[in-house]
Design a protein around this ligand. Structure first.
Ligand code: FAD
Length: 392
């Protein structure tokens, strides 16, 4: 196949797509704003001091060495009709097919009181990097006896089990280092990923350090005040020593600029090719895409990248794209050496990615400690494998 392919976004989705396209023999240009990528998976461990931040950082040397052209620049606009990506330095990159994997934007217009300035006081830490380090410093500096409040948004958002892994590891930190402190989790929904496994672990490990408040019990946060460190719900005001507010999200701004985001803020796609339903020749993968039953995860972004790269190669060669099956597995740590997982298989049904019935599932609810230890080791191995696959 021949044709100019541009990939925008060098995270788990985009970097994987660029590598797969290159391996398929296509000439590909990857556009990424940052020189170093900071990975979110395992950043909850960094936040509680169980892991160095350096373990989250990856450069683009590996991709360059493998033959991918990497352009270090921020894309400022996309002209879908002229098929051009405008870069912030004023240059333009023409394409025949564009793959967008720009990740998320935090919605600073969704929760009264929570804007960018508030996030410097009440971190979201939902994009790994400075925010993770800020939350880590606040947790380390908090005097024993303080209340930590964690606010969790409604669906959809990046990494469905991520807030509950975060809750678990904060509770672990409190239990082991600040035993008179407590974490209150305020959730805007009543059900969540791996719920039974998390709740069983919380009951066993953190009965005195973690209180979970679902929507039905008044868990929806309606406003925050960083000045007084107050987190408000319709039922109560919570005074926090440390507040982590994970706000609602949408696709990164470049998606709306390209016209591929719909009114939900996310990008509708064809589940066979990941081509946008709104603008032809632009494909959207990763967190930004509406991928039906597939969760917004690094594992999903990597799997979608491979399917999308193959579809793009087929389309450029004039071959019909193959109907895919995709897999996702999400690991979470509820304590050091205690891992749990959920896995799923997905396929296109009536224009959306749906669960393959009977495939996948979660770790067993009753399991010996050795299995939890094994799953924690699997999680670490998964991280090494995927980051090697994407950035190595
Ligand atoms: P990203 O990885 O965010 O990459 C987007 C890239 O695009 C960025 O590098 C950005 O700089 C670039 N970009 C955006 N706009 C522009 C522009 N205009 N110009 C140039 N470049 C641009 N997933 C798992 O599978 N397992 C886990 O255990 C896991 N744990 C997580 C824990 C936490 C705390 C969090 C927050 C997330 C976790 N995730 C996990 C989810 C995972 O991080 C995301 O799903 C994944 O990063 C999505 O990849 P992406 O390519 O869509 O976006």
């Amino acid at each position: 196949a021949s044709g100019r392919v541009v990939v925008l976004g060098g995270g788990f989705g985009g970097a994987s797509a660029a590598r797969a396209l290159h391996q398929a023999g296509l000439s590909v240009t990857l556009v990424e704003a940052e020189t170093t990528y900071t990975a979110c998976p395992f950043s909850n461990e960094v936040m509680v001091g169980l892991r160095p931040m350096t373990a989250q950082r990856f450069g683009y040397e590996g991709l360059k060495a493998s033959g991918v052209t990497v352009v270090q620049a921020r894309a400022s606009g996309i002209d879908g009709r002229a098929r051009r990506v405008a870069l912030a330095d004023g240059t333009a990159l023409p394409y025949d097919r564009l793959i967008l994997s720009p990740g998320i934007a935090l919605r600073f217009d969704a929760l009264p009181g929570y804007d960018e300035a508030a996030a410097e006081v009440m971190p979201h830490a939902w994009k790994a990097g400075a925010q993770t380090e800020l939350l880590a410093r606040q947790l380390a500096a908090m005097p024993d006896g303080g209340t930590v409040v964690l606010s969790v948004p409604g669906n959809p958002y990046r990494c469905p089990p991520g807030p509950y892994e975060r809750a678990s590891l904060i509770a672990h930190l409190l239990k082991t280092q600040k035993p008179r402190s407590k974490l209150i989790v305020l959730d805007a929904k009543d059900t969540f990923s791996k719920q039974k496994l998390f709740e069983a672990a919380w009951k066993a490990l953190y009965p005195d350090h973690l209180e979970y408040v679902p929507l039905a019990a008044g868990g929806q946060v309606t406003a925050v005040d960083p000045g007084t460190m107050t987190v408000r719900t319709d039922f109560s005001d919570y005074r926090a020593a440390v507040a982590c507010i994970i706000p609602p999200q949408r696709a990164a701004p470049i998606a709306a600029a390209a016209g591929v985001a719909d009114r939900s803020g996310w990008c509708p796609i064809d589940p066979v090719t990941f081509e946008s339903r709104l603008v032809p020749s632009i494909h959207v993968i990763g967190d930004a895409a509406i991928a039906g039953a597939m969760p917004k995860s690094a594992f999903s972004a990597n799997a979608q990248a491979k399917v999308c790269a193959e579809a793009v190669a087929d389309l450029l060669a004039g071959r019909p794209p193959v109907t895919p099956k995709l897999i996702n597995t999400c690991y979470s740590l509820v304590a050091p050496g205690y891992g749990i997982s959920v896995a799923g298989v997905y396929h296109p049904v009536n224009g959306v990615l749906a669960d393959v019935e009977g495939a996948g599932g979660t770790s067993p609810l009753d399991a010996p400690a050795e299995l939890r230890t094994e799953e924690a080791a699997h999680a670490a191995a998964w991280y090494r494998t995927i980051t090697g696959d994407v950035f190595g």
